[in-house]
Design a binder for this molecule. Structure first.
Ligand SMILES: [Zn+2]
Ligand SMILES: [Zn+2]
Length: 297
């Protein structure tokens, strides 16, 4: 992937520029390390020939995972969150007592199903939104593995505003290279797909009278906010010479938070954390061979 050179720089820059974000950056760094473990790649299911009719590739997938892999990962991210002072005790207690199944939690996180996550939070006494905040990080290693395996299976004519791989809404739009082709980028799986210049990704509005741009104060960096008066939502747009690395989309989203503040000041919002709802099933597949492989890597 060649991401080792750029990744520390984006993360390191944010660490220096925003010391107040360190609790979150610590968790993102942990997630980036986890994403590199090859065990996740071995869990990517064979792809059914779909991705048509607006169905993201992940929709309908059955993902067989080693129970030890996801239990270990969820416990680790909870422990790291606890280290940074996050109130994870209700969730950690529920898991330790066997009341919160790692498989169930992992499945809800992978589906990006906010209703299910909120139900779990209510049942287990997480009244601070910790589960909602951690779910994208819990899902991330597996979603990134799916994107790596499936990126070349995305239909070239994908015309929807949500991610063709995982169904998430784009975190930002990217005007790429000298040709100025516009891509939408997903922070959850790192995916990217080509889109028209004048179309709201969220409601499909293409009436140019209802679409506009707010130019940021730091326009030297060629960042704008594309707004839609049809749905009052916005997408941040950055101009890049080369594509943002998939692992770094989340960090770029974070690093452009000044644009989110500007959009909010103009009363535009981001969509709720749900693009196209995907239905998927996670099944536990303990395997002695897999355990041996996992221990070796
Ligand atoms: Zn995605
Ligand atoms: Zn819109």
């Amino acid at each position: 992937m060649g991401s080792r050179t750029a990744r520390p720089s984006v993360l390191a820059t944010l660490n220096v520029d925003h010391p107040e974000w360190r609790p979150l950056l610590v968790l993102i760094a942990e997630t980036l390390r986890e994403t590199e473990r090859p065990q996740w790649t071995r869990c990517v299911p064979a792809l059914e020939p779909h991705g048509r009719g607006g169905r993201p590739l992940l929709d309908g997938a059955v993902i067989g995972v080693n129970p030890r892999l996801i239990e270990r990962w969820i416990r680790r991210i909870l422990a790291r969150a606890a280290d940074t002072g996050t109130e994870v005790q209700p969730l950690a207690r529920a898991m330790a007592a066997g009341r919160l199944s790692p498989r169930f939690l992992f499945e809800a996180a992978m589906s990006q199903d906010v209703d299910r996550l909120d139900q779990l939070a209510t049942i287990h006494g997480d009244d601070r939104g910790v589960l909602r905040a951690l779910a994208p990080l819990i899902a991330r290693p597996m979603l990134q593995a799916c994107r790596r395996a499936w990126a070349d299976r995305v239909p070239a004519d994908w015309a929807y505003g949500y991610c063709p791989i995982c169904g998430g809404w784009p975190a930002l739009a990217e005007i790429r290279g000298l040709d100025g082709v516009r891509y939408l980028r997903c922070a959850a799986c790192g995916g990217g797909w080509r889109t028209e210049w004048l179309r709201c990704p969220f409601c499909g509005e293409d009436d140019h009278e209802k679409l506009g741009s707010l130019v940021s104060a730091e326009s030297l960096e060629r960042q704008t906010i594309d707004v839609c008066d049809g749905c009052r939502q916005y997408v941040k747009t950055v101009t890049t010479l080369t594509p943002i690395r998939p692992d770094d989309v989340l960090l770029h989203d974070l690093g452009t938070v000044v644009l989110d503040v500007a959009a909010l000041e103009h009363e535009y919002c981001r969509p709720a954390a749900k693009g196209h709802q995907v239905e998927l099933t996670v099944v536990m597949q303990a395997s002695r061979l897999r355990d041996v492989l996992d221990l070796r890597s």
